[in-house]
Ligand binder design. Structure first.
Ligand SMILES: [Zn+2]
Length: 127
């Protein structure tokens, strides 16, 4: 879907964060991705490879962690997690579910080189 603009923002944010920490190179960008967000990490990687050319993020690797989709059941009232293979309430099997989360997209952490040293930077707060 909109991975290109997402990647532009992502790269922009990572470069700014890395700059603040005087990083010489960005090695790895770890993302948390909700399964309902429609973000395909492989696409992000492809766009990043293009966009990051000539920056300190050139060659950076995207690692994505998928977050579960949390739901509340309208029938039994309990909360649970669903997957694309099991879309029913895990407790009673109902399909009348309210989605609580699953569209998240944020940077969990970054691995950067600072003057030749490797360091892991935490980067919260990207929408
Ligand atoms: Zn239920």
């Amino acid at each position: 879907m909109h991975e290109l603009s997402v990647t532009e923002h992502l790269l922009d944010y990572c470069l700014k964060t890395a700059e603040k920490q005087h990083a010489a190179r960005i090695r790895v960008i770890r993302l948390c991705v909700g399964r309902l967000g429609g973000i395909v990490p492989e696409c992000i990687q492809v766009y990043l490879d293009m966009l990051a050319e000539g920056t300190i993020a050139e060659g950076a690797r995207i690692e994505a962690e998928f977050l579960p989709v949390k739901v509340r059941c309208r029938d039994c009232g309990r909360e649970g997690e669903i997957t694309p293979h099991r879309l029913a309430c895990p407790h009673c099997g109902s399909l009348r579910l309210q989605i609580l989360s699953g569209k998240e997209f944020y940077i969990k952490s970054m691995e950067v080189d600072i003057d030749g040293d490797q360091s892991t930077a935490s980067a919260d707060g990207l929408e």
